[in-house]
Ligand binder design. Structure first.
Ligand code: SF4
Length: 398
């Protein structure tokens, strides 16, 4: 089994009362002015080490109280795992002793996780919302942007529902525009806030050069969409949101998660999208992630993806034939009809991406996006290795 990448660990925090962010360095930084951006990661803290001005120190070593009081800077010691850290990763040291990797320069799946709150309650939400005011995290989000490499090609903004941050969300996008002008931004949102022209106009006023809004639509029938997102009136708000965003020249991607409640009307939804929202830049047809509420509602949601291939094919062909830009996310090539392979994308974030033992025998493993790690137990029963490449498929796109 190929396991996912570790992003969290923990130890014992000392000498700090607010969370600390910094980039990983394993070597001392000579320029003391630059040290405030760095967290020094060491196996062992030797006597006489100059630790002045660093944002913090992380070590697997167990430190005694004398050493800790001498250090006089934020320290996280007795850390359980540190071999997943790389140079210039951005870490968040939590006052409770947790260390979260917020950014990895080597990954194309970096995301600013804005909030745990949401104003929907989707049946298949992979990150169930928490009703807690976490608005003070804006300080960390803005600090994170300071520490992200400006050469980063793309960055996600997600939640919860990022638009609940309102003006603070605009601050995040403005700061990205200022410090990361060449980085594509992709924000996942339910789009309901764009029902309000005033908010949409403010977002457009930021004038970010490369921002796309990924906004789900689950059915052409208002009642079905509202049921899936567990929010009455959501269909109306989201669809009016599409129009408001289009009026202000914002780039929109429509996302459709495929499951037992949505697959039957997928061809009708495709037609509805083409007739009503021909301005969207991309439509992503996505497989389920077995996380959060999906697990709770699995009996209602699960259908083997093999069993909706006809509907998926109809939708993809219908939209493509009308010049719309379509992709299939989160599907394995052995489950997809070969006629759909060219729309399949390597869409699963690297830290969640898994290949089963069966995949190790597969002739096209390097061309297949694999599975979510959460699908280890529940996945299509048609996952089956190819002993040769049946249609000479090119590596799938990203
Ligand atoms: S068996 Fe091959 S095609 Fe199927 S999921 Fe694994 S790698 Fe992909």
């Amino acid at each position: 089994m190929n396991y996912v990448i570790r992003l969290t660990t923990k130890g014992i925090s000392s000498n700090f009362k607010t969370n600390i962010l910094g980039q990983v360095t394993f070597e001392p930084i000579l320029d003391q002015i630059k040290r405030k951006d760095y967290i020094l990661v060491l196996n062992e803290i030797k006597d006489g080490l100059d630790t002045n001005y660093y944002a913090g120190v992380v070590t697997s070593q167990k430190l005694n109280s004398d050493l800790l009081s001498n250090l006089k800077l934020p320290v996280l010691h007795s850390v359980e795992h540190s071999d997943h850290f790389s140079v210039n990763d951005v870490l968040l040291l939590d006052t409770t002793g947790h260390i979260r990797t917020l950014y990895r320069p080597t990954s194309r799946f970096n995301t600013i996780f804005t909030t745990d709150r949401c104003n929907s309650y989707c049946l298949m939400c992979s990150q169930p919302p928490i009703k807690k005011d976490d608005s003070e995290r804006i300080i960390e989000h803005l600090r994170l942007i300071d520490l992200i490499d400006p050469k980063t090609e793309q960055l996600g903004i997600t939640g919860g529902e990022p638009t609940l941050l309102r003006d603070d969300l605009l601050k995040i996008i403005k700061k990205c525009k200022e410090l990361l002008p060449n980085t594509r931004l992709h924000m996942l949102t339910n789009g309901k806030m764009f029902y309000y022209s005033s908010f949409t106009e403010k977002l457009a006023g930021v004038d970010h050069p490369n921002l796309t809004l990924g906004i789900p639509l689950y059915s052409d029938m208002p009642t079905e969409h509202d049921y899936v997102v567990q929010s009455k009136g959501a269909f109306e708000q989201t669809t009016i949101g599409y129009y408001n965003l289009a009026r202000f020249n914002q780039k929109i991607e429509i996302r459709v998660v495929l499951h037992a409640l949505t697959y039957k009307r997928l061809p009708q939804l495709a037609e509805y999208i083409y007739r009503n929202f021909p301005f969207v830049v991309h439509i992503a047809l996505m497989g389920l992630e077995m996380m959060g509420f999906t697990r709770t509602n699995l009996t209602e949601l699960w259908i083997d993806p093999k069993n909706y291939q006809d509907e998926l094919e109809k939708a993809v062909f219908y939209l493509t034939n009308r010049g719309m830009n379509v992709s299939i996310y989160n599907h394995q090539l052995c489950v997809l009809k070969p006629s759909l392979w060219k729309w399949a994308r390597q869409s699963i974030s690297d830290y969640k991406n898994l290949y089963l033992d069966e995949c190790n025998k597969c002739a096209i493993k390097d061309k297949c996006g694999g599975l979510f790690s959460s699908a280890e137990e529940v996945h299509s029963k048609y996952i089956k290795a190819f002993n040769c490449d049946p249609i000479g498929v090119q590596k799938i796109g990203v």
